[in-house]
Design a protein around this ligand. Structure first.
Ligand code: FPP
Length: 281
């Protein structure tokens, strides 16, 4: 995991310690003179995305290329999760949403499904102290009811433990599907009673989504080269910048995250308007 091995704490200094500038925060995380450090130096701390969402893809293909069982791809993928969480915490990103298990993933072989939940349970058991020490709050979107009791228990415990933390918010999308989230939000809206269709607007509807209260993702990253959104955050990614890398999730590193952030800062976000560069013409 990262440069510091699988069992090192996520962030070696307490998160929230007042330091001058982003590079200072990244100092003991990035090798001096490394490509990562050069990329970090290009970043404008005032234009960081508030919310980064990730479709973690390619665990299976990563394993196949190495003649390993798919499960090993997921195991390696969960180590990447740790590195990316650490990097986002250090970069001062507010929200990191990870697509960890879709509603469609239940269609996979039983053994693979069981392994994914076990890996999540192990991750939470192993990392809960580090999340706490680094001021990271863990929450979920999706439906937790159907997930195996061990993983559900562990999730509830870690969510409770970290509920007052004010640093990076890690949102795990579990048993999640964007269309179902929208359908359920519509149900919740309608169930309020005494509401009329004319009362419904985007803002009041969004308050019924699982992501209520969170900013929409500014940046959506997808690994393994696929150009699909796969039923992920359909409402919320309306104006997200999408960055796709061919790198499989198990080999995604802070270097790739930094590449995505540098590219994000080069994009002109217009939200349907013209934007400064076109207004002049
Ligand atoms: C996609 O790869 C990945 C998943 C379906 C699951 C993501 C899970 C993890 C990264 C591990 C556990 C998570 C946490 C939060 C600790 P794929 O299997 O679809 O890859 P493929 O398309 O190459 O087959």
């Amino acid at each position: 995991m990262g440069d510091s091995g699988p069992s090192a704490p996520l962030v070696s200094r307490p998160f929230g310690v007042i330091m001058s500038g982003m590079l200072e925060k990244l100092k003991d995380f990035l090798q001096p003179g490394s490509p990562e450090e050069k990329l970090a130096a290009e970043l404008d701390p005032d234009r960081m995305p508030r919310h980064v969402a990730v479709i973690m893809d390619g665990n299976g293909r990563w394993a196949r290329e190495r003649n390993l069982p798919r499960i090993e791809g997921h195991r390696a993928g969960s180590r990447t999760v740790r590195e990316v969480v650490e990097a986002c915490a250090r970069l001062g990103i507010e929200v990191l949403t990870l697509f960890a298990f879709s509603r469609e993933n239940w269609k996979r072989p039983k053994k693979e499904v069981a392994t994914l939940w076990r890996l999540l349970e192990q991750f939470l058991k192993k990392e809960n102290q580090t999340l706490l020490e680094n001021n990271i709050r863990l929450t979920t979107i999706g439906s937790l009811e159907e997930i195996p009791p061990g993983a559900r228990r562990e999730l509830r415990r870690v969510m409770g433990l970290t509920s007052a933390k004010t640093g990076l918010r890690v949102v795990l999308a579990l048993n999640y599907g964007g269309r179902m989230e929208i359908v359920e939000a519509a149900r919740r809206w309608a169930l309020q009673g005494s509401v009329r269709p004319a009362d419904l607007d985007e803002e009041s509807f969004a308050r019924h989504l699982d992501t209520a209260g969170l900013p929409d993702p500014d940046l959506l990253i997808r690994t393994s080269g696929e150009s699909r959104v796969s039923n992920f955050l359909l409402w919320q990614i309306a104006y997200s910048e999408i960055w796709i890398t061919r790198v499989f999730w198990p080999e995604f590193r802070k270097l790739h995250l930094l590449e995505a952030l540098v590219e994000f800062q080069k994009r002109e976000r217009r939200f349907g308007a013209l934007g400064p560069s076109r207004e002049r013409t």
